[in-house]
Design a protein around this ligand. Structure first.
Ligand code: ZN
Length: 305
């Protein structure tokens, strides 16, 4: 009998793809998050690297980023049923990187949720797009995962009143982590979701971003009144949540500018600016030298205003 049960469990896990074993973490009153792994996406982690958070707005949930696949989103939703049995009325996507929004397909299917996002998602993707997760996970782990674009594009600050929550969506309007990032701010709860403008416990990927734009956006975030900051990646949510990103980009800017002044070339820059202070942080080997190289390209002709 036991053998039979074990066998059918194995069959089940095959039928439904990767088991994320998700447990929601409470970060504030009415807010729960699933915190992604601080690793590159892989078959082993099911591509679960970006944070995905649920806000209980009394009659429904509002979701900030929908995760890496239909399968992930379905499991996240099922795990949230133990907190409160509510539908997902609205989803806000912080930016176009696929680890943050491939889960849209589940919520659109199940609830026809309204999706808010930056316009880059509707401009840069269509039904035929195959973002990188399609090269990483097997077909069974991506079953039903489709490109579901935004219903409402946000280019100017917008305040939503949903249930008992007031939610401000604030476009950065400058290139920070991408050329089109949204911050999500709950003034009454004093909670801010920063998407990938802020990461902690790992090195950022600045491939589509800007050192200067990120630092300006960090200034803006610091001037808002919040007690809890939820980054796009990483678990730290207290007042220290943005310190890692701030320190990394500040040092990156200072050191790359010094090297440029000293005549260091693009070919040499990653060897000269080593950012060793961060070498024990997750994903340093994968991402740091690329960030240094990109910072050089950005700052080569930079004039401090
Ligand atoms: Zn990103």
């Amino acid at each position: 009998m036991l053998k039979k049960v074990a066998f059918s469990l194995i069959l089940c896990s095959f039928a439904f793809g990767f088991d994320y074993n998700l447990k929601p973490q409470k970060v504030s009153k009415d807010i729960w998050c699933f915190f992604g792994k601080t690793e590159v996406p892989s078959k082993e982690n099911g591509g679960f690297m970006a944070n995905s958070c649920y806000i209980n707005a009394k009659d429904s949930y509002v979701l900030i980023d929908s995760g890496t696949s239909y399968n992930f989103a379905k499991q996240a939703y099922e795990a949230m049923q133990q907190i409160a049995k509510l539908p997902v009325s609205n989803i806000i996507i912080t930016h176009e990187h696929d680890d943050h929004w491939m889960g849209n397909s589940f919520y659109k299917d199940k609830f026809n949720s309204t999706i808010y996002a930056p316009k880059s998602i509707n401009e840069n993707y269509d039904e035929k797009s195959r973002p990188r997760i399609f090269d990483i996970l097997d077909a069974k782990d991506l079953e039903n995962t489709k490109i579901i674009k935004a219903d409402i594009l946000v280019s100017d600050e917008k305040t939503l009143k949903i249930g008992n929550k007031e939610i401000k969506i604030i476009p950065t309007k400058i290139t920070a982590h991408t050329n089109d990032d949204l911050l999500v701010y709950l003034p009454n709860e004093k909670v801010i979701f920063t998407g990938d403008v802020i990461m902690n416990e790992r090195i950022t990927s600045n491939r589509d971003g800007s050192v200067i734009g990120t630092l300006k956006t960090i200034d803006f975030i610091e001037n808002l009144d919040w007690n809890i900051l939820i980054a796009g990646h990483g678990h730290i949510t207290d007042k220290m949540a943005l310190e890692h990103t701030k320190k990394y980009f500040t040092l990156l800017k200072t050191r790359v500018l010094e090297a440029i002044d000293a005549g260091v070339t693009a070919q040499e820059i990653a060897k000269i600016v080593t950012m060793d202070d961060f070498k024990d942080i997750a994903m340093f080997d994968e991402l740091n030298s690329r960030n240094v190289f990109d910072a050089f390209t950005e700052l080569e002709f930079y004039d401090e205003e």
